[in-house]
Design a protein around this ligand. Structure first.
Ligand SMILES: [Zn+2]
Length: 325
C-alpha cells in the first residue's frame, strides 16, 4: 500500500491546542517510519478547478480570499490561516492523485473533508477531499461506480449532501447517533433522493458501541451492499475518533477493530484509497494508522463475534427496500 503525504500539511495551524492540529499527521508519519514504512509520495500542487468539481465556485473564492487575508474562523470549530487555502487544496489533491494512481493508497492528509458541503466548510473541514476524488474518478472515466465507506465517529454530512441524488456514488456511513454527537445528521431514513434513492446508507450507533456491533454492521449490511453495488473503486473516510480512547466520541472501537475493518476492504472493491478524516488522540493515531495499513495487507482472517441489536434490525429493514439484506 502506497503512502501519500506532504510536509506542507503541517502549515495549516492557528492554535496548537485545537484538536485538529499538525501533530496528528506528524505522529502518523513518525510511527510509520518506526515500523519501516518511510517512503511516501508527495502530491503535486493542482489548480483550484479540482475543487469546483464538487464545490460552488463562490465558496471556493470566498475561502481563497478569506484565507489570504488571514481570516480566522469559518465556523466556531473551523479555522483558516494565511496558507490554509493552498494546504486544503493540497489535501484534496493528495486524495485525488492517490485515487487516480490506480494503486491502493493510504493518504496522510489534513485538513479533513467529510463535513464540507458544496458551499460551506464546517467541523474542521474546508474542502471535501473524498468527494473531489470520487468525482475525479468518474469524470476521468477511471470508475463508473464509486463507493465511499465512512467509519469516522461523526456522520459525513458534506459527502452525503454532495452525492444525495446520485446513483453512481454510494455513500455508506457508520457513526455515533446524531442525537448524541455532532453534526446531528445521518439517520437511517436519510436514504438519498431521486435517482440517488437507496444510495445513501446511514448506520448510526449508540454511545458505547464497539467492535462486536461494528462487525455485525460489516457482515450484515456493509459487505452485502458492497457486493450488490459492485463498485469499481472504494474510498474510505478513515476516522480514528471512534476508538475507545479518543475523547471526542463515545464509541468503543479497539485497535483490533480497525485491523478488522481494513481486512474487509479488499472484499468490497478492486481498488482502494484510504483518506484520513478525524482521530484526535495523538498517542494512538500513528499506531491505528499502522493497524489499518497492516490489516489491509494481511491475509490473516480476523474473527470478531457479532452483536445484533433491535435498532440494527430496524435499520436493516429500512435498507431492505433497496438492497437484499
Ligand atoms: Zn470525526
Amino acid at each position: 500500500m502506497r503512502i501519500y503525504y506532504s510536509p506542507k500539511y503541517l502549515g495549516h495551524s492557528c492554535n496548537p491546542y485545537h484538536p485538529e492540529n499538525p501533530k496528528r499527521v506528524e505522529r502518523i508519519i513518525n510511527y510509520l517510519k518506526s515500523k519501516g514504512i518511510s517512503d511516501y509520495i508527495e502530491p503535486k500542487e493542482e489548480s483550484r478547478e479540482i475543487l469546483e468539481l464538487v464545490h460552488d465556485p463562490n465558496y471556493v473564492n470566498f475561502v481563497e480570499e478569506f484565507s489570504r487575508e488571514g481570516g480566522e474562523a469559518l465556523d466556531p470549530d473551523t479555522y483558516l490561516c494565511r496558507d490554509s487555502f493552498s494546504i486544503a487544496l493540497l489535501s484534496a489533491s493528495g486524495v485525488r492523485q492517490a485515487a487516480l494512481s490506480g494503486e491502493d493508497c493510504f493518504v496522510v492528509n489534513r485538513p479533513p473533508g467529510h463535513h464540507a458541503t458544496k458551499d460551506k466548510g464546517m467541523g474542521f473541514c474546508i474542502f471535501n477531499n473524498v468527494a473531489i476524488a470520487s468525482e475525479s474518478l468518474i469524470d476521468q472515466g477511471k470508475a463508473r461506480k464509486v463507493m465511499i465507506l465512512d467509519w469516522d465517529a461523526h456522520h459525513g454530512n458534506g459527502t452525503q449532501e454532495i452525492f444525495y441524488s446520485r446513483e453512481d456514488v454510494l455513500y455508506v456511513s457508520i457513526h455515533q447517533d446524531g442525537r448524541t454527537l455532532y453534526p446531528g445528521t445521518g439517520f437511517p431514513e436519510e436514504v438519498g433522493a431521486e435517482e440517488g434513492e437507496g444510495y445513501t446508507v446511514n448506520i448510526p450507533l449508540p454511545p458505547g458501541a464497539g467492535d462486536e456491533t461494528y462487525s455485525y454492521c460489516f457482515e450484515e449490511i456493509v459487505l452485502p451492499i458492497a457486493d450488490q453495488f459492485s463498485p469499481d473503486h472504494l474510498l474510505v473516510s478513515c476516522g480514528f475518533d471512534c476508538h475507545e480512547e479518543d475523547y471526542i466520541s463515545s464509541l468503543r472501537v479497539t485497535e483490533r477493530g480497525f485491523r478488522y475493518f481494513a481486512s474487509k476492504l479488499r472484499e468490497m472493491a478492486p481498488k482502494i484509497t484510504i483518506a484520513l478524516e478525524g482521530g484526535y488522540n495523538l498517542n494512538l493515531i500513528g499506531k491505528l494508522s499502522y493497524s489499518v495499513i497492516s490489516g489491509y495487507s494481511s491475509d490473516k482472517e480476523i474473527e470478531i463475534p457479532h452483536k445484533k441489536t433491535e435498532e440494527l434490525e430496524r435499520i436493516k429493514e429500512v435498507l431492505s427496500a433497496y438492497w437484499s439484506l
